[in-house]
Design a binder for this molecule. Structure first.
Ligand SMILES: [Zn+2]
Length: 113
């Protein structure tokens, strides 16, 4: 359960970001963020932390039976945002015009699209 201290925790990773897994079973993998779960402090990354799931055939939903693979969310602290030029980096913040953007701490390039 989210406590008051974590409820407003800033999450600097967003959907469609490219992140690199820095620790854990899938260390070194890089993928696109499918979903951010701020309350859980977790993130769902494409092709990372795949688990096999047995699926029963369901003709009404047009689902074939068998084994499906699915991503499981991993802790946000295990991933780093990837800068196109520097690789995995720490995120800084800067005001550009009237927008506050995320920037790469190394090359200062904005990481927002
Ligand atoms: Zn950079």
């Amino acid at each position: 359960m989210a406590t008051a201290a974590t409820a407003h925790k800033r999450v600097d990773i967003r959907r469609n970001d490219t992140v690199k897994v820095m620790t854990g079973r899938d260390m070194g993998k890089q993928g696109r963020v499918l979903r951010v779960l701020p309350d859980e402090g977790r993130v769902l990354v494409e092709h990372v932390m795949m688990v096999k799931k047995h699926v029963r055939a369901n003709q009404q939903k047009n689902v074939k039976g068998g084994i499906a693979e699915q991503e499981r969310p991993i802790p946000l602290s295990n991933v780093a945002l990837v800068c196109a030029t520097c690789g995995p980096v720490r995120i800084g913040h800067e005001v550009r015009g009237d927008r506050k953007v995320r920037v790469c701490k190394k090359c200062k390039t904005t990481l927002d699209k």
